[in-house]
Design a protein around this ligand. Sequence first.
Ligand SMILES: Cc1cc2nc3c(=O)[nH]c(=O)nc-3n(C[C@H](O)[C@H](O)[C@H](O)COP(=O)(O)O)c2cc1C
Length: 267
Amino acid sequence: MRRREGGIAERWSRRQSSHGWWNFGGDGRKEFHSIDSTLLPSPLYSQAYTDRWQTMSYAGGVPGREPMQVSTAPRKPRILLAACGSVSAIKFGHLCSCFSDWADVKAVVTPASMNFVDLSSIPKNVMLYTDEHEWSSWSKIGDSVLHIELRRWADIMVIAPLSANTLAKIAGGLCDNLLTSIVRAWDYEKPIFVAPSMNTYMWKNAFTERHIIVIDELGINLIPPASHRLATGEYGTGVMAEPSFIFSTVRLFLESRKKASSSSSRT
Ligand SMILES: Cc1cc2nc3c(=O)[nH]c(=O)nc-3n(C[C@H](O)[C@H](O)[C@H](O)COP(=O)(O)O)c2cc1C
């Protein structure tokens, strides 16, 4: 398989300057959706924002039990963070910390990511789920299914880092662990963000371009990797965006969407 000249992965090798996310068409055209950064509350972690967050929330929601109750009480956004087996998963604890003051956070890790994630760095108020939990929480028909419950619970999912392997699995529709089962069962009325992290040659590989186009078609938002200095002294792209950048991108996204929906409901 030959990569087209100036492939998507290559053409992303800039940015990290402004907040937003990329979408692109199968013809290779890409479009950057910028977010009005004046929407970002100051200070970044202000409680005021959390208090203003108001959305319909599910109470209960276990299949086969009580019907889901709808509550309009203000609550924090619910963020489902997930890590794959990329070196950048060493920053996963920091990523959880960035989100955990502002949002209710639950975390999902793949078996490979556990080689990198420092469990002691995960904030105490963040519940961490592994493939073990998927099976230990289910024994018979009628029991809740963890990947469905987490999908229901979350307002938004953020996979950071996203490995080449999990990118390929999502693009191919595979669902052989907790993380990929959540994505396969996802309700695309709710956003998913991914922040890939991989070796520069993996990132430039033609498969990456194909898989990124497929996940874009699914409606998944990309926070592209940044450039970094390679051992050879050259610069390459593939390192995960900084946790603080991922956090502010997601937060600005939710703020701008909320602002847009409140102004359309006034008109
Ligand atoms: C030391 C080491 C570092 C790795 N770093 C990365 C990486 O940065 N990005 C990546 O996509 N894969 C990386 N891999 C390969 C993945 O861990 C491997 O493909 C794994 O199957 C990913 O599983 P997951 O997608 O289920 O998390 C690395 C492997 C090792 C042994």
